[in-house]
Write a protein that binds this ligand. Structure first.
Ligand SMILES: [Zn+2]
Length: 118
C-alpha cells in the first residue's frame, strides 16, 4: 500500500468548489494551524470565531476520503467541509514563516538581495 499524495485536485474532488472556496479564505486569513500528514491521516486545526476545530481527513484513496472534522456541518451532513479542505491546503501551502523557521534556518536570503552581488 502506497501513500496517497495530497494535491489540490484531490481536495477539490473530495470537497467540491463549495468547500474549496471558503477553505481558501480560511487559509488566506491564517486560520489554519498545525497541519500534518501521516498517511493516511491528515490533521490540523482550524479556528473559526471562538471555536478551534480539530479537523482533517482520512485519505484511503484519491477517491475515498473520509472527513474527520469536529464541526456541526460535517457531522450533520456527513460531507467534506471547508475546514478539512483548508487543512489540506494548509499542508500544501505552509505559511512562509513556518517554512523559513523549520527548513532554512541558515539561509538569510531575501528576493532581490543578491541582485547586486558582483
Ligand atoms: Zn468542519
Amino acid at each position: 500500500m502506497s501513500d496517497i499524495p495530497i494535491t489540490e485536485k484531490l481536495l477539490l474532488n473530495a470537497g467540491g468548489w463549495q468547500a474549496m472556496k471558503p477553505a481558501r479564505e480560511l487559509l488566506k486569513s491564517g486560520r489554519v494551524s498545525e497541519t500534518k500528514y501521516e498517511p493516511p491521516l491528515l490533521s490540523g486545526y482550524v479556528r473559526e470565531g471562538a471555536k478551534n476545530y480539530r479537523s482533517g481527513l482520512r485519505i484511503k484513496s484519491a477517491i475515498d476520503v473520509e472527513n474527520l472534522c469536529s464541526c456541526w456541518e460535517s457531522r450533520s451532513a456527513g460531507k467534506i467541509c471547508a475546514h478539512s479542505v483548508a487543512v489540506g491546503l494548509g499542508y500544501l501551502n505552509p505559511p512562509a514563516a513556518t517554512v523559513a523557521a523549520s527548513n532554512e534556518p541558515t539561509m538569510p536570503e531575501a528576493p532581490g538581495s543578491t541582485v547586486r552581488r558582483s
